[in-house]
Design a protein around this ligand. Sequence first.
Ligand code: GLC
Length: 493
Amino acid sequence: MSKSRKLKVLMAGAELAPFAKVGGLGDVMGALPKALARNNVDVKVMLPFYGHIDKRKHKVKLVEKNISIEIDNEVDSFDLYKTTLPGSRVPLFLVKHPIFDFKKVYIGSKNVVKMSGKRKEIKDIQRFAFFAKAIARTIEKKKWELDVVHAHDWHLALLPTFIDEYSLRHPHFRNIKTLFTIHNLAMQGITGLDIVDYGGLHNKMTPALMEDYYDKDGDVIDFMKVGILSADYINTVSPNYAKEILTKEYGEGLEQYLQRRKKNLYGIINGIDVRVFDPQKDKFLKKKYSLKTVGKNKKINKQFLQTKQGLAKNDVPLFGLVSRLVSQKGMDILVPALDKVLAKNEMQVIVLGTGDPMIEKQVVALAKKYPKKVKANITFSLDMAQRIYAGSDFFLMPSRFEPCGLGQMMAMRYGTVPIARKTGGLKDTVKNNKTGVVFEKYTITATKVALEQALKIYNNPVKMEKMVKAGMKEDFSWENSAKMYKNLYKKLK
Ligand code: GLC
């Protein structure tokens, strides 16, 4: 590659904020391409054209109709649309086909759609196999010159295999290298062997797919495993998680494959969109603030939050939690620990999130038991989330495992002190006793001790202020991480 030529990258994932967001994957996909573009990378992005994406609002334009695609042993077609990522010139290409035309990103259970003139039953796994193939077809059709194809999480884990198969037939694909980013190893995309035939792939053409097809772990294809074995490079979203997943404790059964790929496995910490998460500009706040005004103005946001949530405007420590309510997030240690600490102390807790119905119930039960101290908001609301980041004193993040975690960084940016378990990206981003309270053991007792530690810090205003400010001073912008991704792309060339 000559020095003057820009690196050409195509990135794809199942989510991309603000078009389609369920969790942190959406935030990363929405911010990283823009940060790369600012660093002189020629990057384009692809996303399914989900049914809820507003064509007019996002100024989506048709690029090409009826691009043929062989799927499920039949010839079908999709349409290609285009827009740009908000506030940038990064092109976003959307793949339009009935298989994606639902009002949500993930459909969960089976659904019926019309494909190649027939009604067919599909699940998410078929939808994302389709998407991966549609990307390969688009590269072929549009004759895109690319250095790197960057696939995210299990949904796109077959993309490197499609690229490999295409490169056997099309010289055009031969110089394309692949990077596979793991955001969460626990979600793997495991399905029957028939997915190979569905995608028009071959079980003996590429070593990764062949290995998974014929190995002795049952007649299944594990998308994540194929991604790990097939991509030229792999990375996770924090350096610590990249190490952890090599162990049995965190490897989710894939540690042996990750160990094999260890030389080509990297960890790059996520950033957050510091333009969106900015207490100086955030329009959802009652009173904006900076490092200088935090002492005075954060309180106003706290009182506003307390009032909005129906809590007394007391000067007691306020703990916020904004999260998917799932076991990954450590709710099984947090809820009983909170129960114990709430019984004996003046404090308030505000929870925001949805997830596992069992965990939702536990949170609601806690709020019922302490109606004057705990509020459970079993929903998701962007503005409420921002107000919790800004109005709380502490932010709860006791995760069982955490590939990166974004909430703790958002919290620190708003001067809210995270209480985090020492795992994954939390270990990389929260400094114990300096920017947060970090505890190690995954137990109710350790969580309780950490909560009590927070209460003590709150009662020591000098210490509290120091920690608030230390967190706000940390740099969580995407700039550093984008540079690291760029270096990785360069290495691949
Ligand atoms: C997943 C992980 C989370 C990470 C996010 C973005 O949601 O669970 O830790 O921050 O992806 O990479």
